[in-house]
Design a protein around this ligand. Structure first.
Ligand SMILES: [Zn+2]
Length: 96
């Protein structure tokens, strides 16, 4: 270990501790639940629901709301890149 790194006897250097924390924390942020998706705001329950599309739609898309079951058409202007409502993410994890 280089002489220039200040250490307190019995403690790890601070930068080394941070590196350990990030080594464990980073994989948790790479899950598909946190990936940004093209979402629309449900016209019935007003929650952000996933369109299931990987690319921006240039035509109207029909999206079935996983929360209220409402199937509606959404224009491209109503589609935006964002995160789905936490209720939708929660529901997807629970098998029916
Ligand atoms: Zn809905």
């Amino acid at each position: 270990m280089p002489e220039s790194v200040p250490t307190v006897k019995g403690y790890l250097p601070l930068h080394f501790t941070f590196r350990l924390i990030f080594a464990y924390a980073v994989p948790m942020f790479q899950g598909p639940a946190n990936r940004k998706n093209f979402v629309v705001t449900c016209k019935t329950c007003r929650r952000d629901i996933p369109t299931g599309l990987d690319e921006f739609p240039f035509q109207s898309v029909t999206v079935v709301c996983p929360l209220c079951g409402e199937a509606r058409r959404y224009r491209p202007s109503e589609t935006f890149l964002g995160r789905v409502d936490h209720l939708v993410v929660h529901q997807n994890r629970r098998p029916r």
